[in-house]
Design a protein around this ligand. Structure first.
Ligand code: FEO
Length: 165
């Protein structure tokens, strides 16, 4: 069964948000690499890959429902941050924003009694808890480190161990 216009529009827009998230994290990876923090950069590259996967999950679902995906423009990401702390603070806030978007999608699905989409979105609801927790954990570690000190280099090594998505 086709998606309602409202549900389609919101899901179609979420494809854009996930791709925009990927673009944002890739921009952060470039910044972190330029800061001589290849481990943090690698971590962000993996995050960027995950966001493309999120986008494709929704992309595929829209098609499975018999609708067409319409790709929307993606905003250029920021280029500069004060330091690695700010990068992760902004990322964490961004994930909270995405959680809000997912919750809004669930609200629409529930209001429309679109059970299939509700079930589909369950994965994202759980994923957002994990996403926020992942960024919060890095922020917690960073809170013990002053930028520029050797502990940051140690943490950089740890971050570089993130497994491929
Ligand atoms: Fe796709 Fe990080 O939320």
């Amino acid at each position: 069964m086709l998606l309602s216009d409202k549900m389609w529009k919101a899901l179609n827009e979420q494809v854009k948000w996930e791709l925009e998230s990927s673009y944002m994290y890739l921009g952060m990876a470039a910044y972190l690499n330029d800061c001589s923090l290849p481990g943090f950069a690698q971590w962000m590259r993996e995050q960027a890959k995950e966001e493309v996967e999120h986008a494709m999950r929704i992309y595929n679902y829209i098609e499975e429902r018999g609708n067409r995906v319409e790709l929307l423009p993606i905003a250029a990401p920021a280029k500069e941050w004060a330091d690695v702390h700010e990068v992760f603070q902004k990322s964490f806030e961004h994930e909270q924003f995405v959680t809000g978007l997912i919750n809004n999608l669930v609200d629409i699905a529930v209001a429309e009694k679109d059970h299939a989409t509700s079930v589909f979105l369950n994965w994202f609801v759980t994923e957002q808890v994990e996403e926020e927790d992942t960024f919060r954990a890095v922020l917690d570690k960073l809170s013990f480190v002053k930028p520029g000190c050797s502990a940051l280099l140690f943490l950089d090594k740890q971050m570089g161990k993130r497994e491929e998505a």
